[in-house]
Design a protein around this ligand. Structure first.
Ligand code: G6P
Length: 604
């Protein structure tokens, strides 16, 4: 959420800063800006909207400088316009910020004699540093003292006009990495932003701050003590992910799923011996309970996993939305394993939940896509999903990989806790091995679903129903539709609809029913009939046997390949992804960067 990048060197930095911003655009895209020091003078260009707006501005009015900071914004305080776009300037100081300064109103009050020009929380930081410089403090002391006055979450980059060869930066709560170059140093919100610039990264720890010059960097900890932090070598600058033949990243990422699921599986199963293959550090026989915490789509993967861990491994499972978890003061039973599920590994609330459990002495694991992320580094055990960079803001391939990994973990748990026999383990692993093939077959329904989406896109509101492991997929289907097509949608456990929401069903209301032919099929079909008899337009997503029994009840029918019950939710996901995607395309929305959203949410 908000991306920042900075370069201090001996050559012009503008173009490379803009390139870095493009790599960070997934973090927010309502405005962007860039500031440089040119002959000791602060200059900036800012623009509302996406980074291409900033590029247009720069092409009319270029910027040259050998030190600079840049920002792509997801608005928290103040509407997304040019005035609120970063970098913010106050006197000698320019700042870019990711996070929220919670005590900004108090600080604004204390500095009411100064001229504030934006509605942002960030602007207090540039004023604070400038105020302290005005009192005669050195830049280093002014920066360090400013940090002490701030409450909240932040990653900053700061430049000061009288100190052209320096970038000051800090991290608390929001991610920030340093990049080490030859005669150049860098800061960036993530490894992807820095990938083209440097292979030597240093991840700042909580409370760290640093001063960079072209030739050097010095890092200080929370107590202003100079510290060394390890250098991580990353494999060199990957090209920016390309859409290739696909119209959108989301479409490309959906089509990658047979392969990404296969890559996830390779981490967790031995396909020759048909057994699960877990990291040594993870022994489920040490635990009786699992706490799975996540946000958004990742939380629906967690909800699905609850069924698997309970049914396969006989473990009690708590699933909670990360933003609720730690504030309800959860009772953490002994012998619990905490699993954070997060594509980015940076989501602020999920990270806070992980830290909460770690502090309480609970063993922690992080199931993440980005293995250099804060969660992967801080958890006791980092579990990869290996889905590769996901660019579309609406998560698709990361979700099916999260499901796949969690399913394999449940099998491992069942095996080490001896709640399943070795034959049952082999059967479940076999089912997992079939997943990529079934997903590939499901993707062949693309053209059919595209046609159905045309009618669907006329809806004002839609419902998704499922039972058992299909329930979280109904939630995910509704979320996908909302976030990219802006059609109001709700997912419900099929049995729950009659407890209120059924009042909303009227003639033609689309209801998507997820009902593979499993042990719950008949019950789900009864619920289907309850809404059909009230005028709902039914889209039934099922398998060949389900279609045989219930096709006459459906206005639209999507027949997925037959899958074992265990992995059926992964297969059903493909249909709801395609439905949301084509609906959004029909409506002409910005599929890859839907309004108001950001891919990595680093504020609470
Ligand atoms: C944002 C994204 C969602 C994602 C959620 C959790 O809201 O738009 O797609 O599911 O954050 O992100 P995480 O990186 O923790 O999985």
């Amino acid at each position: 959420m908000c991306g920042i990048i900075g370069i201090v060197g001996k050559q012009n930095v503008t173009e490379r800063l803009v390139d870095g911003l493009k790599r960070l655009e997934y973090r927010g895209y309502d405005s962007s800006g860039i500031a440089v020091l040119n002959d000791g003078k602060l200059e900036r260009r800012r623009a509302e909207g996406k980074i291409k707006g900033l590029e247009a501005r720069l092409s009319q009015d270029s910027l040259d400088g050998q030190a600079g900071i840049a920002h792509t914004r997801w608005a928290t305080h103040g509407i997304p316009n040019e005035t609120n776009a970063h970098p913010h300037f106050s006197g000698r100081v320019g700042v870019v910020h990711n996070g929220i300064i919670e005590n900004f109103l108090d600080l604004r009050q204390e500095m009411s004699h100064r001229n504030f020009t934006s509605e942002t929380d960030t602007e207090v930081v540039s004023h604070l540093v400038d105020e302290l410089l005005g009192q005669g403090l050195t830049p280093k002391d002014a920066f360090a003292l400013s940090l002490k006055k701030l409450k909240g979450a932040y990653a900053f980059g700061v430049i000061i006009d009288e100190h052209p060869d320096h970038i000051y930066c800090a991290r608390a709560g929001s991610p920030l990495a340093l990049g080490v170059g030859d005669d150049e140093m860098y800061i960036g919100s993530d490894a992807m932003a820095l990938a083209q610039l440097s292979t030597k990264l240093i991840y700042l720890e909580e409370g760290d701050w640093a001063i960079l010059t072209p030739e050097s960097y010095v890092i200080y900890d929370l107590n202003d003590k100079e510290v060394e932090r390890p250098i991580t070598i990353i494999s060199g600058g990957p090209a920016m992910a390309e859409k290739g033949q696909y119209r959108h990243f989301m479409l490309k990422e959906m089509y990658e799923q047979p392969e990404t699921i296969g890559r996830t599986l390779a981490n967790y199963i031995d396909e020759y011996r048909l057994v699960s293959n877990m990291p040594e550090a993870l022994d489920f026989s040490e635990f009786d309970r699992v706490i799975i915490i996540a946000c958004g789509t990742a939380c629906y993967a967690a909800m699905t996993a609850k069924y698997w861990f309970e049914q396969i491994a006989g473990m009690a499972v708590d699933v909670d939305i990360a933003s609720e978890f730690r504030y309800r003061k959860p009772v953490l039973a002994k012998r619990s394993l905490f699993i954070a599920v997060s594509q980015s590994g940076e989501t602020a609330d999920t990270l806070a939940a992980l830290r909460y459990c770690k502090e309480a002495g609970v063993k922690t694991a992080a199931l993440v896509n980005v293995m250099t992320s804060t969660m992967a580094r801080e958890a006791d055990i980092a579990l990869p999903i290996n889905a590769g960079p996901e660019i579309g803001v609406a998560s698709t391939k990361a979700f099916t990989s999260q499901l796949t990994a969690l399913a394999a973990l449940a099998v491992a748990a069942g095996t080490s806790r001896k709640t399943i026999s070795s034959e049952q383990q082999n059967e479940l692993v076999k089912a997992l091995i079939h997943t990529p093939r079934l997903v590939k077959q499901s993707l062949r329904l693309d053209a059919d679903i595209e046609k159905m989406a045309f009618e669907f896109s006329k809806a004002k509101s839609a419902f998704y129903l499922g039972r058992g492991t299909q329930t979280p997929i109904a939630f995910e289907g509704a979320l996908k539709l909302k976030e990219i097509s802006y059609i109001h949608a709700e997912g419900y456990a099929a049995g729950e609809l009659k407890h209120g929401p059924i009042a909303l069903i009227e003639d033609g209301t689309p209801v998507v029913v997820l009902a593979p032919f499993d042990g719950l099929f008949e019950k789900t079909i009864s619920n289907l009939q309850e809404v059909a008899s009230r005028g709902a337009r039914i889209m039934l997503i099922t398998d060949p046997e389900g279609a045989e029994h219930a096709s006459s009840l459906a206005d639209d029918l999507i027949v997925l390949p037959k899958a074992a019950d265990f992995i059926a939710p992964i297969v059903t996901t493909i249909a709801v992804q395609l439905l949301a995607y084509h609906t959004a395309v029909h409506l002409g929305t910005d599929v890859d960067q839907p309004r108001n959203l950001a891919k990595s949410v680093t504020v609470e």
